[in-house]
Structure formats: C-alpha cells, structure tokens
Design a protein around this ligand. Structure first.
Ligand SMILES: Nc1ncnc2c1ncn2[C@@H]1O[C@H](COP(=O)(O)OP(=O)(O)O)[C@@H](O)[C@H]1O
Ligand SMILES: [Mg+2]
Length: 213
C-alpha cells in the first residue's frame, strides 16, 4: 500500500506521523520504505539517526524529488509498504505522489490557518482524483492540545467535516514532547515509554492498516 503524508503547510506533523507509522510497520514485521520527497530531509535525517542504533526493526529510506510517480509505484512492487513524506507546500512532489498513492493523510493543527489551508487542499484532492479516482483522503488533527479544558480539536472537527473530498480521522495525535524526543533519538513513539502517544499511533495504524498490513 502506498500512503502519502501531505499538505500545503509546513510544521503540521507530516514527517512525524510518517516516521512513526513506518516504525510501527517495521515492528510488526512489514517490509517498509519511507520515501522522502522533501528537500528539508526530515525523514532521511531520522533514518540516519535510527540506523546508528543497533537491533532496531529496519525502516528503509529513499529520496526522490520532482516527479515521484514512477519511483513510488516502482518501490510499491519491491516493498510491502510505502510511506511517502511530502514537503509542506503545493509542489510537483505532492501532486505526483497524490496520483501514485492509494491514500493521503493530511495532518493539521486545530488552528484557523491550518483549517483554511485544508480548504485549498480539498481542491488538490479533487484534481488528483481526476487521474486517481480511488484515492482515499483523510484529515488528521495532529498536535492537538492535551489539556482537556481546551476544546480546539473538537471545534476544528465541526468545521472540517464539511470538506467534501475528505474524511476526518477519528484519531487525534496529541501535542506531546515525546514526539519531538523520539524524533531526535531515531525511534518511533511505540519504542518509547509513553503509553498515550503509543496508543495514538496504534489507533492510527489500526485505522490505516487494519488487521492486514
Ligand atoms: N504530535 C506532536 N507533538 C509534539 N511535537 C510535534 C508533534 N508532531 C510534530 N511535532 C514537532 O513539530 C515540528 C514539525 O513537525 P514535522 O513532523 O517535522 O512537520 P512537517 O513534516 O509537517 O513539516 C517538529 O519539531 C516536530 O518534532
Ligand atoms: Mg516534513
């Protein structure tokens, strides 16, 4: 399966979600490759750090820029699972990956600028579906406030359910330091000591990969 983490805004958690799902898959024994299409190389840097630690489940990594369609489809023949990490802007990488993928997840913060960007992203999904009609598209609230008094995630949900091209994931990824710490360490949160973050990634993985990864 080809899963794309994409969106038109930087800093929404795309790379964080991409690497965490890749680690979850590798831990499950899947043959997984992360395709880093972003010149910022967040995912590649993560894999470099991960590879320095002995005995962790292997996540392969490949970098590709410009039109990524052929590379992504080719990798899908050689690996069981392909996760594409796109940069945070409307780009050739994002558009060609949207045509190659089976599924796109767009992480966003529960804030007004992110919600507005999703409205344009909705148009891009519509365009991509002209070429890739079976593309599944989901919005994912990431970096949700973990303080229960703050209801921004619930408020954002009310607006986001109205974007016609998207479904809204029932999972919320919380704003938790462990996501930053694990990224620096080259580990996924499922390899760290934080049950809440671990449960979030497991819930997301179950939604995406179900019983049959
Ligand atoms: N759920 C989260 N909780 C806390 N920090 C996060 C979370 N997701 C991402 N971050 C941090 O936010 C910054 C941007 O995340 P990143 O995944 O690189 O975003 P993107 O790939 O969309 O640009 C990074 O410093 C990352 O560690
Ligand atoms: Mg990124």
């Amino acid at each position: 399966m080809i899963l794309l983490l994409g969106g038109e805004k930087g800093g929404t958690g795309k790379s964080t979600v991409a690497v965490n799902l890749a680690v979850w898959l590798a831990k499950e024994g899947a043959d997984v490759v992360l395709v880093d299409t972003d010149l910022q190389r967040t995912a590649s840097h993560f894999i470099d750090r991960r590879n320095q630690i002995a005995d962790l489940p292997k996540v392969h990594c490949s970098e590709k820029h410009g039109s990524v369609f052929d590379t992504v489809r080719d990798l899908a023949k050689r690996y069981e699972q392909v996760i594409v990490d796109a940069g945070g802007r409307d780009s050739e990488e994002l558009r060609t990956a949207m045509v190659a993928a089976q599924m796109i997840y767009c992480p966003l913060k529960a804030s007004q600028p992110d919600i507005e960007t999703s409205m344009h992203m909705n148009e891009l999904v519509k365009l991509a579906r002209g070429l890739n009609p079976s593309l599944e598209a989901k919005l994912l609230i990431s970096m949700g406030p973990t303080n229960p008094v703050i209801h921004e995630a619930a408020e954002a949900r009310e607006i986001l359910v109205d974007l016609p091209e998207f479904e809204l994931s029932p999972v919320t990824i919380g704003d938790r330091k462990v996501y930053r710490d694990s990224m620096i360490e080259g580990r996924g949160v499922v390899e760290m000591n934080n049950d809440k973050a671990k449960a979030e990634i497991e819930a997301l993985a179950a939604e995406i990969y179900g019983g049959n990864r």
